[in-house]
Design a protein around this ligand. Sequence first.
Ligand code: FAD
Length: 408
Amino acid sequence: MANGKHRVVVVGGSFGGVNAAYQLRRKLGDRVEVTLISADADFLFIPSLPWVMMGWRKPDAIKVPLAGPLRRKGVSFIHDRATAIDPQAQTVTTAGGKVFPYDHVVLATGSDLDWSNVPGSDPAEGTVHTCFTVKQAVAARDAIARFLASDGGRAIIGANPGASCTGPAYEIIMMLETALRRQKRRHLFDLHLVTPEPFLGHFGVNGIGNMSRMMEDEFHSRHLKWTTSAALTAVEPGKATLADGTELPFDLAVLIPAFYGAQVARDVEGLGNPRGFIPTDKHLRSTKYSNIYAVGVSVAIAPPVPTPVPVGVPKTGHMCEEMATRAAANIAVEVTGSGELVDGLTLPATCVADAGDVGFYIKADPFLPPRNVAVLRRGVRYHYVKLAFERFYLEKVKRDLPAMHFGW
Ligand SMILES: Cc1cc2nc3c(=O)[nH]c(=O)nc-3n(C[C@H](O)[C@H](O)[C@H](O)COP(=O)(O)OP(=O)(O)OC[C@H]3O[C@@H](n4cnc5c(N)ncnc54)[C@H](O)[C@@H]3O)c2cc1C
């Protein structure tokens, strides 16, 4: 406590962090002093990065500078990288040398990308493209533009073993197919999805409703090839190799890697599991340090069933937002001493995946099976829902609008 106020430091300026900071101010008002530390100056609507890759969106159109909106809502914004968390001293230190004491920390630090299990696949080596930052998306955009303008070629789009965020690979391959079909040059290109998932539409959650059949129909009708339970073992310029020795030549490769927890969380003794994700109780409190909450991708969630090739559990934007809201509610209960702690791990997930011409609306509650709700819809309207949702969400971040989940 400082000046009678409870100090919460939120680390991370994306879906988890921004929502946690706003919700804490909403729930606790002047009783709380909220500081948000983010390595990024802007909030980035990551779900639109595939559109950036296709050249359909300018990067500046999917960003919101964080400083102004957070300040207006009474949140101190520190644009810096947190380099150390000391659970004993209860401080967070930044690269700039500032030290922030806390009563509670909310870690919304997402993940780092782990390319190490597939030698040659790290985009830094120049062979493969990926889709997590604007810089990566812009590099991919230029490669995709060259690919689409060529006389014909082969693309592999997919994920390395252990990846948990396979959805964007489906979006990207269907967008490529849409673009080529619109150019009437689809017949010149070979598009191949290569995924560790045991079946199409598994998505790390053992499928949702009849998603598997829906995706198979979609891939058949778009003449897309796919290899499931694919264990990529190496990539070199123009060629990827699978564990069974299959060689896949390519002119364009876009891959999604496995994740591990963010460095700052991995560095705290006992906080993370072996891959650096943070085990929590059902209220989202670290099982080791009860005043450290984790939300979003940084939380450890075990796969619902084992798969022949490892696949991680995705944490969608909607889930991250829900976790942030519930973590803030639980901190408010702890601060005020009134109310009940809520479950932050039994979550619904709503998502809209875009294919360029149509979209897919997916609702799963809870996100892991067995479920009470599993809804799948396909249609042109969902392409537009996703477009509208992007606009809504950027406004939501600017003005702390109430949550609406129509377009996740
Ligand atoms: C291409 C793509 C498309 C996607 N499409 C969808 C979709 O359609 N629907 C959907 O629901 N989800 C989608 N997702 C998933 C969604 O983007 C994630 O669920 C979401 O971004 C996770 O939010 P987060 O807050 O947990 O972490 P992240 O978004 O990973 O953000 C982590 C934040 O922490 C900051 N940070 C990390 N370490 C530090 C540090 N040491 N100090 C300070 N700051 C730090 C980072 O700068 C960043 O601001 C997509 C993901 C990708 C990659």
